[in-house]
Ligand binder design. Structure first.
Ligand code: ADP
Length: 638
């Protein structure tokens, strides 16, 4: 046996084997695609077997033999054109042309081969090349459109069709060559033939283990993503990602998860093109049927099955549709729909896979819902806790000044009753006024915090020189008999601020510095600039903040453990309000221990401009900020 004979023998065995596998599959569960695949392999296996038999029996010398072989061979391209339509969209004329070409060719070959041998042979080659080229392009385009396993399958078939053209071309050229070259080309053609057969086999009827291997990465990604998606807060995004992952797992044109809104009898989907929610009544589309009947629905031709929505299915390329309900034991959550241009894209085991993915989606959607429910419960609990804290803090803090005001007022009243002519008690009145002011401050703080919860802290901003603001604060304390020293650069530091709010912040910091420095040295305000930021520090040498409390100082209602021993007035709201105000100005606020004891609160604010000012003092030198910002001209509007 020569090597050529051995190769062609192996070829025959493999082709017949592949044909047997494909045929068995087609007979078990016949579909048009499977029958066409069987036809394709049957044609090629038939040609090989017939030529073997003809050699043994001497039939190859019969004048009818070549015509019969050509007619049998012409079945393959005919089947190929039909297969293009089975897996992707193919225009009607191409189908008709394929059928007509086949009939003409087979007819001529059988009836008139003897008389017109060269013409028929040329026509066969032309037919093969045209069909092979058409199929290669069509499948390559289908592969480009597809994803996941379908992309691999369509790529395999496109490669097969390409090799088919190469094989035909070599066979044609080989016929005109000398005997050795013809022998070599014949071996090449046979090997190529086998490669074509395997490529088509993989693409058209991939065995289960190959399908599993191809699908595994996508399935794994789907499962990984669905776990991760439980934590994605934006539900629309989570569902869009789930859709994409499901489509890839099937290699389908698309997949969509519909979420049921039972109260309104609608299913909500995320539109593939816009990413927005779209709602449809929960009795529309094939998906809704699966949802209503709570069973998997498989439809090969959606437009025919549900003509009312035919236009929609055609627009999204959903001809073959598989839909499965997403539900848990006692709740209908939604529906998963997977769709493709053709049913052949799906394999039998895709049906259980849809169920599996729908179950997985159910777990995901349910856990998202539980998480949302839990977080809304937590938010409600937190709100209730805050209200309680607020009430107890407010009650406690308001009672102290109120008791003083009331006691003092009653005292004055009694004195007046006893001796109406006595002069007014100036000290008593001043105490009433002071405590009433404290009361009013507390109420303002409470209301401020309340307002902050509901909206923004900062209202109208305008350019202002921060040094003026600091100066105002200092003067106000001076008028009240309190010393606040100010360290400032000889510059103007202009920032766009809500001035009363920034004053409120500084007041609060100075107030705290005074409050938490028992009988000690006056606080100091230091101002400097660095790059495009102003930095204001309020430095005290007071009680400091215990390290254990550092992380919570800016929280609502938080007071450090050493604060109570100094004063029991304070709601723990001031710094919370300060941080909100500074944040909304695009700045930062923090604190650090003052070297030698005490606390330094620092804040930064973005600057509009810095200009050489009229104050001749040297700018203060910060440890970490030795260079003040270079002086620039103020903008005209500043
Ligand atoms: P309060 O009304 O209690 O002063 P704040 O929000 O202004 O509320 O401050 C929160 C807590 O931070 C205070 O209760 C105090 O424990 C601590 N704190 C604030 N400023 C200082 C400071 N300059 N020195 C020491 N502790 C301070």
């Amino acid at each position: 046996m020569t090597s050529l004979e051995l190769i062609s023998f192996i070829n025959v065995v493999l082709f017949v084997g592949l044909f047997a596998v494909v045929l068995r599959d087609a007979l078990r569960s016949p579909t048009r695609a499977k029958l066409n695949t069987a036809l394709f392999f049957g044609s090629l296996a038939g040609v090989l077997v017939l030529s073997r038999l003809a050699q043994w029996t001497g039939f190859s010398a019969d004048p009818a033999y070549p015509g019969l072989i050509i007619a049998l061979l012409a079945v393959a391209p005919f089947a190929m054109v039909r297969l293009v339509d089975d897996f992707s969209h193919s225009p009607g004329w191409a189908q008709v042309a394929g059928a007509v070409g086949f009939v003409l060719l087979a007819g001529f070959a059988l009836v008139a081969f003897g008389a017109m041998e060269p013409v028929v042979e040329l026509a066969v080659v032309a037919f093969f090349l045209v069909v092979g080229g058409y199929a290669a392009v069509a499948f390559a385009r289908a592969a480009a459109r597809a994803r996941g396993i379908t992309r691999r399958r369509m790529t395999a078939v496109a490669v097969g069709a390409g090799l088919f053209i190469v094989a035909i071309s070599i066979a044609f050229v080989g016929a005109f060559l000398g005997s050795t070259a013809a022998e070599v080309s014949s071996i090449v053609v046979q090997v190529l033939g086998l490669a074509v057969a395997f490529a088509f086999f993989l693409g058209f009827t991939p065995p289960a283990w190959i399908r599993r291997a191809w699908r595994e990465p996508d399935l794994r990604r789907f499962l990984e993503q669905s776990i991760h998606l439980a934590g994605v807060t934006d539900e629309r995004r989570a569902i869009a990602q789930l859709n994409a992952a499901a489509a890839s797992t099937f290699g389908a044109r698309g997949a969509t998860v519909g979420v049921a809104d039972r109260d309104r009898s609608v299913l909500r989907y995320v539109a593939q093109a816009t990413g927005d929610w779209v709602e449809y009544p929960d009795d529309r589309f094939i998906a809704a049927r699966a949802f209503q009947e709570q069973r998997r629905v498989v439809v090969a031709n959606a437009a025919r099955e549900d003509p009312e929505n035919a236009e929609f299915y055609e627009r999204v390329g959903a001809m073959a549709v598989i839909a499965a309900p997403i539900s848990t034991e006692n709740r209908r959550i939604g529906v998963l729909t997977v769709f493709a241009e053709r049913m052949s894209v799906f394999a039998e085991d895709d049906l259980w896979l849809v169920d599996l993915l729908a179950d997985q989606a159910a777990v995901l959607l349910e856990s998202r819902e539980l998480a949302q429910h839990a977080s809304s419960l937590r938010a409600r609990e937190e709100a209730a806790r805050l209200k309680e804290e607020f009430l107890s803090a407010a009650a406690h803090d308001l009672r102290t000044p109120l008791t003083v005001v009331l006691g003092q007022a009653e005292l004055l009243e009694r004195r007046r009753q006893r001796n109406p002519a006595a002069p007014a008690d100036a000290q008593g009145l001043a105490r009433i006024a002071r405590e009433a002011r404290r009361l009013s401050d507390l109420v303002t703080e409470l209301l401020d915090a309340q307002r902050l919860e509901q909206g923004t802290a900062v209202m109208d901003r305008a350019p202002a020189d921060l040094l003026d603001v600091v100066e105002d604060v200092r003067e106000r304390y001076e008028e009240g008999g309190l010393t606040v020293s100010v360290d400032r650069p000889a510059l103007s530091l202009v920032a766009s601020i809500d001035r009363p709010r920034i004053e409120q912040v500084l007041d609060n910091l100075v107030e705290n510095a005074l409050k938490y420095t028992p009988g000690g040295s006056p606080p100091q305000i230091r101002v400097a600039s660095h790059e495009r930021e102003a930095r204001i520090e309020v430095v005290d040498h007071g009680i400091g903040i215990p390290e254990a409390d550092h992380g919570r100082i800016f929280e609502r209602f938080f007071r450090a453990s050493n604060a109570q021993s100094i004063t029991d007035t304070g709601l723990g709201l001031g710094l919370y309000i300060c941080r909100r105000i500074v944040d909304e100005h695009g700045g930062r606020i923090w604190f650090e221990p003052t070297p030698g004891g005490g606390t330094t609160f620092a804040l930064t604010l973005p600057l509009l401009a810095v200009a050489a000012g009229h104050v001749a003092d040297e700018p203060p030198q910060w440890e970490d900020d030795p260079e003040p910002m270079t002086a620039r001209e103020l903008p005209a509007d500043a």
